[in-house]
Structure formats: C-alpha cells, structure tokens
Design a protein around this ligand. Structure first.
Ligand SMILES: [Zn+2]
Length: 69
C-alpha cells in the first residue's frame, strides 16, 4: 500500500502516481491531473507491451540465428 506524498492518505498500490486524487487535483487542477494519470497509465501499458515484445523478439532472434548483417 502506497501513501500520498502530500497528505499521507493511503492510495492504491497500483496507482501510477504517488499522491491521491484530491491532492493531485489541488496541485495540478482537475484537467491537468486527469492528463497526467492518462499519460502515466499509457506509459506503463507501453512499457509492459515493450517488455513482452522484447521477450518475444529475443526468443525469435536467438532461434533464427545470424541473419544480421
Ligand atoms: Zn493526498
């Protein structure tokens, strides 16, 4: 369980930011906060995607041998 860096309220461990919604909105404003959350979640999803694809790439690369020039 994580805690908000501003008010120490407990926040969900899978939350992409280290502060609660209330403090986030206070600090950045509703619109900006939503944008930040969206960007962070997108980034995390892309990272997961990248890791998965990298793993698959590594496997196919090592099995296909020396096609590299
Ligand atoms: Zn807070």
């Amino acid at each position: 369980m994580k805690k908000c860096i501003y008010c120490k309220t407990e926040i969900e461990g899978n939350c992409v930011v280290d502060f609660c919604e209330k403090c986030g909105v206070n600090a950045f404003g509703r619109k900006m906060f939503d944008t930040i959350i969206k960007n962070m979640e997108n980034a995390r999803e892309n990272q997961d995607l990248c890791n998965t694809r990298l793993d698959q790439f590594g496997q196919s690369f090592s099995s296909s041998g020396s096609n590299k020039r």
